[in-house]
Write a protein that binds this ligand. Sequence first.
Ligand SMILES: [Zn+2]
Length: 141
Amino acid sequence: MSVAERLLARLERVRQTGPDRWIAKCPAHEDRSPSLSIRELADGRLLVHDFGGCAAADVVGAVGLTLGDLFPDGGREHRPAQKHRPRVPAADLLLLASREAMVAAICAADFLERRTIDESDWQRLAQAAARLGALADEVRQ
Ligand SMILES: [Zn+2]
């Protein structure tokens, strides 16, 4: 089943308006006359535009799909920059994570001993949290 067929099967009042073009009722808002435009590109991707103003993510979300479902391969092939990115060794990521965790532990110890935690300590703690979040993103990719 093509990407277009998968989406069109879930929409109401689908009408083909040209080669690889359709209109349908937008599932994301109370759509009396079809205002959703769907276009299939040569590479199999789907362009979804709602003239009622709904975001593409909301439109596909309303029928149980995600934006990734608009790509023939779930969107993976269209991120070449990430595909060829050098991987950071897991050991390095863990070392960075443990260093940031140590910052949090030091702040917690200071707090426990009722030492003053000043603005720069809080900022460093926030930075540690942000870095751990960035590490999690790195691992997920
Ligand atoms: Zn809409």
